[in-house]
Design a protein around this ligand. Sequence first.
Ligand SMILES: NC(=O)c1ccc[n+]([C@@H]2O[C@H](COP(=O)([O-])OP(=O)(O)OC[C@H]3O[C@@H](n4cnc5c(N)ncnc54)[C@H](OP(=O)(O)O)[C@@H]3O)[C@@H](O)[C@H]2O)c1
Length: 340
Amino acid sequence: MKAAVLVKFGAIENAFEIREIPNPMLKDGQVLIQTEGFGLNYADILAIQGDYKDCPPLPAIIGYDVVGNIIETKGDCGTLKTGDRVTAMSRFGGYAEFAATESSACAIIKKDFEMGKAMALTTQYSTAEYCFNEVQNLHKGDAVLIHAAAGGVGTALVQMALDRGCTIFGTCGSDEKVEYLKSIGVHHPINYRKQDFFEVIKNMIGSKGLDAVFDAVGGKSVKKGFQLLGTGGRVIVFGGASMTDTTIIGKIKTLLGFGFYHPILFLMKSTAIIGVNMLRIGDDRPDVLKRCLNSVISQLDSGILDPKVSKVFNSKELTEALYFLKSRKSIGKISIRWNS
Ligand SMILES: NC(=O)c1ccc[n+]([C@@H]2O[C@H](COP(=O)([O-])OP(=O)(O)OC[C@H]3O[C@@H](n4cnc5c(N)ncnc54)[C@H](OP(=O)(O)O)[C@@H]3O)[C@@H](O)[C@H]2O)c1
């Protein structure tokens, strides 16, 4: 099979080689998918830079999302069978024409469902589902802050929060994204390059505070989010996009930026900071990943969720696609389709 193999950390244009390699071998409970393409995630940028701890040693096939047809199953794969078209979380191995993954990480999709949308359902929408519905319970009228709200996970969180009747503050880094956030129903879009989200929100909601903050930026952003919480509020931390300064000093600064928290702080105001790592959930709690995926599919079927496709590139444009993701200009999901 053909695979885009990560061979070198650093500049995106030198990072990959398209290689012919053997198809992956299946373990019990896994399916082999002939992929139509694969999805990009922000973590791929960190992996290419050599800043992603969970990335396998080089040469490595990265990538978490694939869409395609099952061509083989091994052992107990539940109701999945050869010929089913699925969207699947591959937990690496996604940048390839064939991917092996756990049957619990797959969801059947219609034959004519748009590939670009299907690609967002696994990593991005399942992460949003876990952050929004598994680790807490939000109610109508609750106030939430969603960082990187125009991104893949961000758009999913916005759609879930709208359906729940929450008031949404959403941050983003451009006026174009502000317009997008308005168009999808975010009540208070904030361009953080022009306004300090902390000041804007503090002035608007005062001491009532926020009920939830969804943060994949990390560092100081988490500390500010925590300070904006009202009684019973939670910060859900699921990424560290701001950890771009990879010098030792830079890393220390970002880590210190998160702040220090004594449990007594949580006790006094019934608050919490909750960390989320969907790779670990997929590995150690496949039942939970399956539940998230099923819930996402049922919300899709009932029209609550509708993934936003940023752009589908072809496999010859992988470098361009990754630079687009890195540029922070993308709105929604970026996918790659294998050239036929
Ligand atoms: N924990 C998990 O299991 C898990 C799973 C999936 C994704 N994630 C995390 O969730 C986040 C969103 O992932 P995604 O794939 O949907 O990507 P995305 O949101 O489509 O793209 C990343 C966006 O992050 C925003 N951002 C904010 N501050 C940034 C900074 N300092 N540096 C770079 N970007 C910054 C940028 O938009 P603006 O500048 O407009 O805000 C950028 O477009 C990522 O941080 C990812 O690592 C975590």
